[in-house]
Design a protein around this ligand. Structure first.
Ligand code: MV4
Length: 496
């Protein structure tokens, strides 16, 4: 095992990785921008090195600076976490040059999965179901029209280099096709420097179901069950659960087999995720994520496998600690992403100082967080404050515990997505498990009404907590908290 690992990330995931390091008796090195000097992870680490300028391109994306720190600190490996430099093959190249191990798959694998046409071709060859469409990039408009007609509308035009929902357009009739191709090419060229687009059948309101993979350098590849990630908005996941409410032993075996085939075909190593779209009893490969994901804890909770420790062990050359038959699903887990955003103002970011904080606890509760009382959430980075995860012996118990944990969770000073999660946890469509990727958009009005109702119901209790946290301050009128959310919502409307 390594003696020392540099964590090239910040916030809750930096702490998550440092926790794995500490359990394995590995020293952790934090890197921090000027905006993260007082962040929890910076001071949790065994050592810390300053990056200076908080702008992401000058700090957490600055490969040269990070390599210099890795060398200076004597770190033997770098863990990139998610976002920032995760899935950046240049970091891998630099690591190799300097004799440092990158905790993740090879640069070649990252590159091949980053290109959607390439990854789809590979998966088709591997025998994994893919969505019907063009094999290559669209070059000839007449040919594209013919192919779209043979697939049948609606179709979707996607940028091969796309990601995060950028560079995608659905087309419902032939008249719109040429324009969609041209606009997607232009968006792709601007955003990714590659205008290649392809066409495939558009699957309406699918479920997003993904499989966790672990693979070592000794030829062992296993799947660590499934997660359902359909509750999202603008390609940002909000709630994930494991297993998927529709999963059966038979389906898990079949999809898990496909996920393993996908990983084995490309000689995948480390932790990874194979994403599928699921609709009408069929499933199709969508993308492969070559990193540890935000939602990895729900898998850890239902399988008792520490995915980050496995990543560290794999990277240090050890064999997987588990074989496929050791992977057993126990109960159900739900994760709510707690963001500093106003759910009633189109989820507008709301960074600021946390003036009151009380974290939930009790049976079946895990909180992965990077914040503390009086911490100021910087404006430079994403707005996730923490991930609240609950376990139950079945889905209903996990949800009941999530409702209970959300009711215990007090965050004052910034607006958060907690009221949104409370609304979802009592939404009949959610409770029935009837989920799809358009869930939040489709039920938006009902959810917003529920958020307002919940906030009114809870204002008195939250104000009592506020007067406990801030005894010097006058307790606001009962409706003040709700009013504050609503006012921002109104201002947002006016701005539009
Ligand atoms: C699709 C699709 C339906 N049909 N492809 C969105 C992000 C990008 N990675 C792929 N995405 C989709 N591709 C076909 N052929 C629907 C989506 C999609 C989606 C997928 C996963 C999770 C959330 C989503 C939200 C909207 C659309």
């Amino acid at each position: 095992m390594f003696d020392k690992v540099l964590i090239a990330n910040r916030g809750e995931i930096a702490i998550r990785i440092m926790r794995a390091c500490r359990e394995l008796d590995v020293k952790s090195v934090a890197i921090y921008s000027d905006a993260d000097k007082t962040s929890l992870y910076t001071n949790y680490a065994d050592e810390r090195y300053a990056l200076g300028n908080p702008s992401p391109s000058k700090s957490y994306l600055n490969i040269d600076k990070i390599m210099d720190i890795a060398i200076e600190s004597g770190a033997e490996a770098i863990h990139p976490g998610y976002g920032f430099l995760a899935e950046n093959s240049e970091l891998g190249k630099q690591c190799e040059k300097n004799g440092i191990t990158l905790i993740g798959p090879s640069g070649k694998v990252i590159e091949s999965m980053g290109d959607k046409i390439t990854s789809k071709k590979l998966m088709k060859k591997a025998g994994v179901p893919v969505i019907g469409g063009t094999e290559n990039g669209v070059t000839d408009i007449d040919e594209a029209v013919k192919i779209a007609e043979s697939i049948g509308y609606p179709v979707i035009v996607k940028a091969s280099a796309g990601g995060g929902g950028i560079g995608m357009r659905t087309v419902y009739e032939e008249d719109e096709l040429v324009r969609a191709i041209e606009s997607t090419q232009s968006v792709a060229s601007t955003n990714f420097g590659d205008s290649t687009v392809f066409i495939e059948k558009y699957i309406e309101k699918p479920r997003h179901i993904e499989f966790q993979i672990l693979a070592d350098d000794h030829g062992n590849t296993i799947h660590v069950a499934d997660r359902e990630c359909s509750i999202q908005r603008r390609h940002q996941k909000l709630i994930e659960e494991a297993p998927s409410p529709i999963m059966t032993e038979e389906l898990r075996e079949k999809m898990g087999e496909s996920a393993i085939k996908a990983a084995e075909y490309i000689n995948y190593t480390s932790a990874g995720t194979v994403e599928f779209l699921y609709s009408g009893g069929e499933y199709y490969f969508l993308e492969m994520n070559t990193r540890i994901q935000v939602e990895h804890p729900i898998t850890e909770i239902i399988t008792n496998i520490d995915l980050v420790k496995e990543q560290l062990k794999i990277a240090s050359g050890k064999e997987l600690s588990y074989s496929q038959k050791d992977v057993k699903v126990n109960g159900h887990a739900v994760e709510c992403r707690i963001n500093a955003e106003n759910p009633l103002a189109d989820f507008a970011p709301n960074p600021g100082k946390i003036t009151g904080y009380r974290s939930p606890g009790g049976p079946g509760v895990r909180l992965d967080s990077g914040v503390y009382m009086n911490y100021s959430i910087p404006t430079f980075y994403d707005s996730m404050i923490s991930k609240l995860i609950t376990w139950g012996s079945n889905r209903n118990e996990a949800i009941a515990r999530m409702k209970r944990a959300l009711s215990e969770y007090i965050i004052l000073g910034v607006k958060t997505t907690i009221p949104f999660h409370k609304a979802i946890m009592r939404n009949d469509h959610f409770l029935s498990g009837d989920l799809h990727t358009h869930f939040v958009d489709d039920y938006r009005k009902g959810i917003d009404d529920d958020i307002r109702e919940i906030m009114e119901e809870e204002t008195e209790r939250i104000n009592r907590m506020r007067s406990t946290f801030m005894p010097g301050k006058k307790v606001a009128a009962i409706s003040a908290a709700v009013g504050s959310y609503l006012n921002t919502a109104k201002n947002q409307q006016i701005k539009k």
